[in-house]
Design a protein. Sequence first.
Length: 171
Amino acid sequence: MSVAPDAVYAEVDRILVILEHPIEVERARQISEEGYTAESDIGMADELRFASRCYRYQAATLLLAGPVLTLAPPSWPWDPAYWKPTADVDGNLVKAGALVLAAQDEEKALLERLRARQSPAVAKIPISTEHWHHIVERPAEPDEPDAPEKKPAVVCQTCWLEKPCACQDGQ
């Protein structure tokens, strides 16, 4: 008897809801024991999501076909030494969920970093990746605590260097 892949992924989604607390515990472990904080993960959201999909696929394969090879899949974004699937569905889904949380944490940290570099008026505007190539203003940092305020520096939102920059973003 063959099971439809849609049914397997529906079961995976159902299990993920049940595993919400263990996923949060695994994410906390990644931060405290392995040092994978949101700040250290900046720029890695895509890789974190790819890795999550690999563990989710591993869980679905276990549901569908039973034990499988433990080699890193071709889509695994990092060195194969970091591929550590478990022999059970739940363990792989916990890892998948924790990687999604890590990607979300990374995105929040990146937005906070971007907003911190903007002027207070601009920081209130929601940031969307669609508009990251535009120029924003941020207050210039005074050289000394008692120094008079300088005019805001114009910053390239692609490379976050003051204009003119070397990224040739066309702005």
